[in-house]
Write a protein that binds this ligand. Sequence first.
Ligand code: SAH
Length: 370
Amino acid sequence: MKSVQEPVNSKTINLLNFDRKGLAAFFVELGEKPFRATQLLKWIYQEEVEDFDLMTNLSKSLRAYLSEHCYLATPDIALEKVASDGTCKWVMQTDCGNRVETVFIPEEGRGTLCVSSQIGCALACTFCSTAQQGFNRNLTTAEIIGQLIVAQKRLGSAQKITNVVMMGMGEPLLNFDNAVAAMNLMMDDFTFGLSKRRVTISTSGVVPAMYRLTEVCDVSLAVSLHAVTDELRDELVPINKKYPLKLLMEACRDNAKIAPRRTVTFEYVMLDGINDSMQDARGLIKLLKTVPAKINLIPFNPFPGSSYRCSDKDTINRFKTVLNDAGIVTTIRKTRGEDIDAACGQLVGQVKDKSRRHLKLQQEDSGRAA
Ligand code: SAH
């Protein structure tokens, strides 16, 4: 497949930017029948045919139109790293000066791809290295689904992507339309065919977008909670100042209404002396009383310049036991790919920062040092 960086001459439409609905609308606009969308998806994703001329069930004139105006392009792999535990990280070049990271986590009977949604991140969560990079732009749908296409090709048939988590760089709900179109593609029977339980979107709590998501896209929801009081969450996950816990919990309850037995997964990073006391655990139980919830405790992964430390093993285990005893299914996320900086919160890529965030951080640092 073409690289997104290659000049495309008169060809202006990357067809990987469309989910099936988008493709159908595109074909209708061309005076074609909507079912062309399914035909095209089959060619691209199942037959892996890239040359429109070879798509023999499309009319000659349509093939000629597509050849003249359309193309298929994914990001390029700039770097591949394989960790001692088999975790694979790809640094993907999206355009000049910008790179995002994608991680494959092989496990017994399944393979999870952790996908990025933005180049950098505009949110400023204090414990996350992506946040330190600043923000450049949203990824396109093609760049998001392209991460699956490129990764599956690299892995070959021996290792299948069975699950996708939108937990790479960026806040997917701040790139709503492209994230939803890409997830629709992941779940489409004619592309990757993943079930809705195997596609998870993780958000730091963009409340209005959470309601929209409940309306339009039925995937599993994970929420990066990390604190049980507004005071602490304002500091760790600053978007909490805009959408405090009360509003966040209402949005979670709304999402859980989609189906019976539906649960929301709450991610909770374990920070030594910050959010890991027994009082925090009890606060968590109280907060989640009215939400069908699972909890995923994430041992904090350090990165250069981070001032937090991970809670010790005993504290994490005790925290987990208290939650489990209260009837909340709680797991501890296994840290994977640490030796190649592929673990949660360690993805940095390369970001041509437009938010000037890294400058602000540098100024704060030198202010502190003075
Ligand atoms: N912006 C979205 C998607 C990122 S998902 C979100 O916030 O949910 C990445 C997950 O890893 C989030 O739960 C995030 O809070 C967590 N995380 C970030 N930095 C981390 C770190 N240094 N150690 C462990 N987990 C971290």
